[in-house]
Design a protein around this ligand. Structure first.
Ligand code: 5AD
Ligand code: FES
Length: 356
């Protein structure tokens, strides 16, 4: 097993069987070895820097009905809200003053925010903050819509693939959502020229070690600039309310494998990881992650954006979250940097104009 970790460290990829055997035969000792390698590789590109992104959860309306998510449209108990354009710009102002240079606009798939409205918001943010990176995370759209957002100034796009296995994907989603369209979206985003983030939940219902190996191989093929992974956590108003949560231990192991598979990727230690363990985010950074995403949403709406149960940081001001995270990162010898933090090896070489 140790030699497999060395091989992965050297070659940045393993076969499916090799990934499966590492995951299946992992031990605490092996995990420690993996994290040491992951930290070494991360340090090579990013030193002890941890990048910070301001997350603005701007709508809790969603037309989709994913079985795992608390914002699914069938959840009558979810409180729904929409921020206005002015609210969103105020979040950015607040964030800018706190030092944030990346804003992440995340929301459910809310038809109210059609292309015209989103383009208007993107233009306004980029006009006021031309030195900031703008990341969108608003789900599956057509090629034309993605292109319109990009042309309006959006730089990055987060869309987790959730699971690379088509059959597993269909077990987590209603039939209206297809794994083929999900992947089509990710490749469209890359082709347009976005810095792209994909990702998956660890420990989602029915997930196998083979599924996790396929996730790593899919990511290796897609070559995203960012990868977000976190444990699945049941939400009490969803069909998966009684399913087991993903573990801290397996999530950390997957973070380590991810770092060695994609050495220069920007990998967040997610809020979900901080939710299943008080030191989850610190441990995530020590296993290979290098991004944290404190909440910039207005405190009044934070308790309404509940993808899963017991979500942390729903009562704190943005300033408190930022200070808290800066302290937490310092406690493990890392320093939070406020720059845009573009992916080390991001080049626009996949941009369409140059392809055609
Ligand atoms: N537990 C953990 N993560 C979840 N997400 C949605 N619901 C849950 C849950 N119950 C993740 C999905 C989605 C991202 C925004 O949040 O991976 O892509
Ligand atoms: Fe939000 Fe600590 S990061 S309170």
């Amino acid at each position: 097993m140790e030699t497999l970790i060395e091989k992965l460290k050297r070659q940045s990829v393993l076969t499916r069987d090799e990934y499966v055997s590492l995951i299946r035969n992992r031990t605490p000792e092996l995990a420690e070895l993996l994290y040491e390698s992951a930290r070494e590789i991360k340090r090579r590109y990013y030193g002890n820097d941890v990048f910070i992104r301001g997350l603005i959860e701007f709508t809790s309306f969603c037309k989709n009905d994913c079985y795992y998510c608390g914002l699914r449209c069938s959840n009558r108990n979810a409180e729904r809200y929409r921020l206005t354009k002015e609210d969103i710009l105020l979040c950015c102002r607040n964030g800018y003053e706190l030092g944030f240079r990346t804003f992440v606009l995340q929301g459910g798939e809310d038809p109210y925010f059609n292309a015209d409205r989103l383009v208007d918001i993107i233009r306004s943010i980029k006009k006021e903050y031309p030195d900031c990176a703008l990341t969108l995370s608003v789900g599956e759209k057509s090629y034309e819509e993605y292109k319109a957002y990009f042309d309006a100034g959006a730089d990055r796009y987060l869309l987790r693939h959730e699971t690379a296995d088509n059959e597993h994907y269909r077990m987590l989603h209603p039939k209206e959502l297809s794994p083929e369209n999900r992947k089509r979206c990710l490749y469209d985003l890359k082709r347009i020229g976005y810095q792209v983030g994909c990702g998956f939940m660890v420990g989602s219902p029915w997930q196998t070690e083979e599924n996790l190996a396929d996730d790593l191989l899919f990511i290796k093929e897609l070559q995203p600039q960012m990868v977000g992974i976190g444990p699945f956590i049941p939400q009490h108003d969803t069909p998966f309310r009684d399913k087991k949560a993903g573990t801290l231990e397996l999530t950390l192991f997957m973070l380590g494998l991810l770092r060695l598979t994609l050495p220069t990727a920007l990998i967040p230690a997610t809020t979900a990881l901080g939710t299943i363990h008080p030191l989850g985010r610190e441990k995530g950074i020590q296993a290979g992650a290098n991004v944290v995403m404190p909440n910039l949403s207005p405190v009044s709406v934070r308790k309404k954006y509940l993808l899963y149960d017991n979500k942390i940081c729903t009562g704190d001001e943005a300033a408190e979250c930022k200070n808290c995270l800066a302290m937490r990162m310092k406690s493990i010898g890392c320093n939070v940097v406020v720059s845009r933090g573009d992916c080390y090896n991001f080049t626009n070489d996949k941009k369409e104009e140059e392809l055609t």
